[in-house]
Every structure is written in structure tokens, then in C-alpha cells.
Write a protein that binds this ligand. Sequence first.
Ligand code: C5P
Length: 233
Amino acid sequence: MPNKLSSKLIIALDFPNKKQAIQFIKPLSPENCKLKVGFELFVAAGPDFVKHLVDKGFDVFLDLKFHDIPNTVASACRSAADLGVWMMNVHASGGQKMMLAAKQALEETDSNAKLIAVTVLTSMDKEQLASTNITLSPEEQVKHLARLTKASTLDGIVCSAREAKMLRETLGPDFLLVTPGIRPTGSDQGDQHRVMTPADANADGVSYIVVGRPITQSDNPLAVIDQINLDMQ
Ligand code: C5P
């Protein structure tokens, strides 16, 4: 049985309201998983619910992808740290000044919260990037923003599991790679196009995997969680 520090599984709590999220987490234990709260649940349930999860002992990844002027992002990170979250994120495309301000704000708190960055949204293909005047390929832009994130002293990035091997080689052993788009063997892909199994992602050097629907929509979430934890050992 993994302990809280060792579970590499982050469950995406993508529920439309607090009631459904509370019902889902009832049988879960902080030893077996961490929890991710994104826009949908945060807007519906608010910071008090995040605090509730933290008070229950869960490591919470607050996935709000902050992107604003440095002062505003730094303040948002400080507020997130006050909630006691374990990890939070910003957009690397907000620039180095923004990332450095966010990191410094966190260092001035008592929190040990990890700060990671989103590089290029996986919904952005070459054409979409070009329409924003970025002529690099998505892969080149991911690598560029990942290096900028590391140079800005952040702890890691959110990336596709398919990019993890290359990024692990580029960024070294200690940089956090947090990857969605994970599907246990035999589970429905849903709208994720390029998926990877937990075991393959682990072998490619990811630090944490984010898994939503294969667990939240399962008839037996605990069995799926146990299997993923075993696959990731
Ligand atoms: O249900 P599923 O396992 O696809 O959920 C994946 C989670 O990771 C969702 O919360 C989704 O918003 C998030 N995510 C993603 N792809 C990205 C970034 C975040 O699927 N590129």
C-alpha cells in the first residue's frame, strides 16, 4: 500500500458540484491518491471546498492555470498557498517575470506548495499556434517553454505523456512532469486522442499522472486506483 508521499496518482475531480464530489471522495484515502480541483469544481464549490479536501488530509493540486500580470499572479499563488494546497499552476506563456514573481510569492509564505507551468495546451495544433503568430511546431514550443519554466526556478510542467521521455532527457531527473491523457489498459479513451497507460508513462519518467473519468466514472473506483498504484510502482 503506497503512503501519501509516494502515490503518483492525481485524480481529476471533474464534477459539476460539491455534492457529487463529496460523494465520490467518501471512500478515498489520502494514502492512495492526490486530488485535482480544476475550473469546473472550483467555480461551483469555491475555495472552502478546496480547504475541506486539504483538512481531510489530501494533497490537492489546484489546477487554475493562472495567466495575468506578474503582481496579480503572485497574489493568486499566495492565496492558493493560504488554502494549504500541495501544488498549483500558471501558464508559462505569461513569461519569465510572471513565473519568477509567482515563485517568489510562494517562497515568502510558510507553504511548501509546488509550482508548475502549463506549456502549450494540447488542444493547440500547429495551425492554431500559427494563428497566434507562433511559427514553431507545438513540440518545439513545448520544449522552449519548458526550458523557460526551469530557468524561472519553477518545480515542473504539465505535459503530454507522449512528450515525457524527451522532456525528462532535456530537463533532468528532478524536474516534475505531470501528465494527463492517461488510460489504464482496456478503459475508454473518451475525448483523449493520444493516450498512454500508467505503466508506460511511469517507464518514460513522469512524476505524477492525472486520471479523471477512468476512475470517476468507474463502478469500482477503488479497484482502479489500486491497480494504477500497482502499475506505477
Ligand atoms: O477524464 P480525463 O482522465 O481525461 O481527465 C484528464 C484531466 O486532465 C482533466 O481534468 C483535463 O482537464 C486535464 N487536462 C488534460 N489535458 C491537458 C491538460 C489538462 O486532459 N492537456
